[in-house]
Design a protein around this ligand. Structure first.
Ligand code: BG6
Length: 500
């Protein structure tokens, strides 16, 4: 593809900055944030003047911290890597201690002097959700946000723990930060293919006229993972699949598929349209939860020939845990476009393979002229956004098999992202760069996050406070597609799960 044919948005510049990461010794920082920052650095996307100050409870000195991070960085050892590592600093912090935050401030001021970053501070909360509000308070009370050029704060998902805690966290953040400086991260929104859903819908004219209840039978969103809970069992066992995947990643995907066209491609306009989708979600009444949902937890099994333990036997999981590691749900959007169209959502850990797909299932032909001539039923068209792995968009349709007999076969028209020669950036590279540039396009707004929690909180209450909850969590074998009840759930509606 030639340069002239590309139509690109002009990127905003990235000013010098100091990034303070709370939770710097954790999994997220090691495996995602610093490798992503290093890639941005290697590609010349960071300014010359920047530093990264890690803070966490674990005892490290600066050397130890750099060594730890070094072992997680991609690529070869060398000067470039050494140079990046030299921008990294570390301080032990007590997340409840005001004095500790004041000490951090002194370190910050001294680094700002050395790196000449001005007072441009980004606070990244890579910590468990229950610590976020306390840290935000102490950032404010210790004066870390005062007398600066600008401050930004980045909060990882899940943002809050339920509707009340999300509202309370928003109130605290707003005491010290403007809404446009709060970056609520949902890394799914940084995935190329997720961003492409909006482009596909609104930069092509042929799909939008049929993107509604007159032509679409139902929509499926599957986020299947083959991995288990790994080293995050402590968090996961309290959070469960609804907080971990549904309240954020999955409803964000749903909002991109379901929203009305915004008047312009601007962050606020897109947020407004997402909020309208969230407001239109039909609440699931407590009595209807068993009818509209299926929950599961994996028992031992095999994935790609390797035996894996049951969830309850994973390190850090309570032996009698009833935390769901799988869920499926049927949602309806009460508006003109989507009235009566079910959205089936499904996600789980330790499923057969890793695949994330959104499939839009069109209605069958209103009348078959082939009835009595061919025995097969005419299969409806399906449009699939394959978000990962092997990113692609494909459309299935019917064709005639060549020959003298009249036989049908469904074929697939496929666009693969592999056709582009440019590499697909990691989602965290994109979200971090946008945050450094102050671009809110792919971040989640206050209202959206609160309304999404309002939808899911009654379901969480049912799961966590319900007395007979154990009857609603079905076992599934690791390496399967989830509990048998999940198949039955969609089959009783005359449909079946779809993954390519
Ligand atoms: C995270 C969840 O947000 O997303 C994890 O906390 C999950 O449990 C991960 O494994 C999936 O992300 P990805 O990008 O690998 O699909």
């Amino acid at each position: 593809m030639t340069e002239e044919r590309l139509q690109c948005r002009i990127d905003p510049i990235c000013e010098p900055f100091g990034l303070i990461i709370f939770g710097a010794s954790g999994d997220l920082t090691r495996k995602k944030l610093l490798p992503a920052l290093y890639n941005l650095y290697r590609h010349g996307l960071l300014p010359d003047n920047f530093f990264i100050l890690g803070a966490a409870r674990t005892a490290f000195d600066e050397r130890g911290f750099r060594e730890l991070i070094n072992s997680f960085l991609p690529g070869e050892e060398g000067e470039e890597r050494e140079c990046f590592l030299s921008h990294l600093y570390y301080r032990i912090i007590d997340y409840d201690g005001l004095e500790s935050f004041k000490t951090l401030k002194r370190k910050l001021i001294s680094l700002e002097g050395i790196y000449k970053t001005g007072k441009r501070r980004i606070f990244y909360l890579a910590v468990p959700p229950l610590l976020c509000e306390g840290i935000a308070k102490l950032i404010g009370e210790s004066g870390l946000t005062r007398g600066t050029d600008w401050n930004k704060i980045v909060v990882e998902k899940p943002f809050g723990w339920d509707a009340d805690s999300a509202r309370s966290l928003n109130r605290t953040l707003h005491r010290y930060f403007q809404e446009e400086d709060i970056f609520r991260i949902d890394h799914y929104l940084g995935k190329e293919t997720v961003q492409d859903i909006l482009l596909f819908r609104f930069a092509n004219s042929i799909f939008e006229p049929i993107w509604n209840r007159n032509h679409i039978d139902h929509v499926q969103i599957t986020v299947a993972e083959s991995i288990g809970v790994g080293e995050r069992a402590g968090y996961y066992d309290r959070a469960g699949i609804i907080r971990d995947m549904f309240q954020n990643h999955i409803v964000q995907l749903l909002s991109l598929v379901a929203m009305e066209p915004p008047p312009t491609f601007r962050p606020l306009r897109i947020r407004e349209e997402k909020v309208k989708v969230f407001r239109s979600l039909r609440p699931i009444e407590k009595k209807d939860i068993p009818e509209y949902t299926v929950f599961g937890q994996y028992v031992s099994g095999e994935i790609e020939g390797v035996a894996v333990p049951a969830y309850r036997s994973e390190k850090g999981v309570r032996r009698n845990s009833n935390t769901p590691t799988f869920a499926t749900m049927k949602l309806f959007i009460d508006n003109w476009r989507w009235q009566g169209v079910p959205f089936y959502l499904r996600s789980g850990k330790r499923l057969r393979r890793r695949v994330t797909e959104v499939s839009v299932h069109f209605k069958t032909v209103p009348h078959s002229i082939f009835k009595g001539i061919v025995s097969e039923e005419i299969k409806p068209n399906v449009l699939v956004f394959r978000l990962q792995p092997d990113e692609s968009i494909n459309l299935t349709f019917q064709t005639k098999i060549p020959g003298t007999k009249l036989c049908f076969r469904d074929v697939t028209m496929n666009f693969s992202y592999r056709d582009y020669t440019v590499p697909i950036p990691e989602a965290y590279e994109r979200v971090l760069l946008d945050c450094l540039r102050g671009d809110q396009m792919i971040f989640v707004g206050q209202e959206g996050v609160e309304i999404a929690w309002e939808f899911f909180t009654p379901i969480l209450d049912f799961l966590e406070k319900g007395k007979k909850i154990v009857f609603h969590i079905h076992n599934y074998r690791a390496g399967s597609w989830g509990p048998w009840e999940a198949d039955e759930f969609i089959r009783k509606d005359g449909r079946q799960w779809w993954v390519t």
